[in-house]
Design a protein around this ligand. Sequence first.
Ligand SMILES: Nc1ncnc2c1ncn2[C@@H]1O[C@H](COP(=O)(O)OP(=O)(O)O)[C@@H](O)[C@H]1O
Ligand SMILES: [Mg+2]
Length: 431
Amino acid sequence: MNILLLGSGGRESAFAWKISQSIHCKNLFIAPGNAGTGAYGKNVNLSITDFAAIKAFCLKQSINMVLVGPEEPLVKGIHDFFLADELLKTIPVIGPQQTGAQLEGSKDFSKQFMIRHQIPTAAFKSFTKETLADGLVYLESQRLPIVLKADGLAAGKGVLICETLEDAKTELVAMLQDAKFGEASSMVVIEEFLKGIELSVFVVTDGTSYKILPEAKDYKRIGEGDTGLNTGGMGSVSPVPFADEAFMKKVEDRVIIPTIEGLKADGIPYKGFIFIGLMNDGGDPYVIEYNVRMGDPETESVIPRIESDFVELLLGVANGNLSEKQLIISTKIAATIMLVAGGYPGEYLKGRGISGIENVRDSLVFHAGTELDNNVVKSSGGRVIAITSLKDDLFDALQTATADAGRIYYDGRYFRYDIGLDLYNYQKEIS
Ligand SMILES: Nc1ncnc2c1ncn2[C@@H]1O[C@H](COP(=O)(O)OP(=O)(O)O)[C@@H](O)[C@H]1O
Ligand SMILES: [Mg+2]
């Protein structure tokens, strides 16, 4: 098969690495890719939202499958675009159509979906500019802290957790009246604050059946001990020790099955990944959000634990016979550490030469924000390289990934030394 993968981050590097090992893969193209993805296929200079250019490329290269990494093309309707085109409609796209992508593209849509299908989630109410006054009154009746979410895509910046009523009111006005997050905050979801520990659960579905991929925990804050500003993710670990069999059974019964059945009941076709952001509150799962693609950096921990052929799985999604496919998951522990740029997540350094990748001993190297400049690997994004170590033991995985992260150098390089230590301590406590 000729496969086109859209995206350029660490997630796409992990996908590309895995797809290139498939017996089904003849040619892999990554658009636009990064300085690392060229090792698994051919980078193509295409914009992931330029559907006309993607069409021309697919026809020219006889593409047999398109895997969409990030949410933006899905929310903008790339799958619908393929289905509506006489020449493209037989090329399967992995990722939902626009209606399904609303699970991520609109927080209000996803909350209504969860309520409709009795999926456990925080209580909420949505407001617009027209109902701002009602929203301010509603805030007064709520417990603190309270969560304000821009309805639309806001690049991971549209959620505010307000500790005081005054702060919540100020922010609600800023979002609705002053368009703090642009069009994305023309509607705001106000929701109850959930306590507990977060984890990410991943499901792949052909719209009829589903398979549960390895779960993961990610580390969002820039600083050690989960302090400082939010980032796109500083690391991840899979599996998650507290996601034991009993908990995962609850997740499947209360969240996954109602989600798949809910999509069917609502007449929403869905072929692709569902990323369920969960809060574990005393052993009970609550959905924080849905994403309609895999997570980053979770994918860098999840994919290396999949032992079976990944393209075979994607073929099951495309052809609607996912239930016949095998998914073999390794019992090993994957630990991923993200190397980021100096200054990130604020203004950060770019264009710095990266050295030492060849010194990595025992980990997978997944490029993220890197580019080739005259054959020199340079940093180009905030999250630069993900290092994943796969070991029998959590401590060993964490230590190996940390040591290998230290072997890579560039001006301003930063990474966290404490990824996964909370899970290690938890494991020690329960054993
Ligand atoms: N109801 C909630 N209670 C507690 N924390 C929340 C709640 N909703 C979101 N959060 C926190 O905010 C983060 C971002 O919210 P999320 O809904 O995942 O939005 P996005 O990923 O689109 O920015 C979550 O990972 C979680 O840490
Ligand atoms: Mg999130």
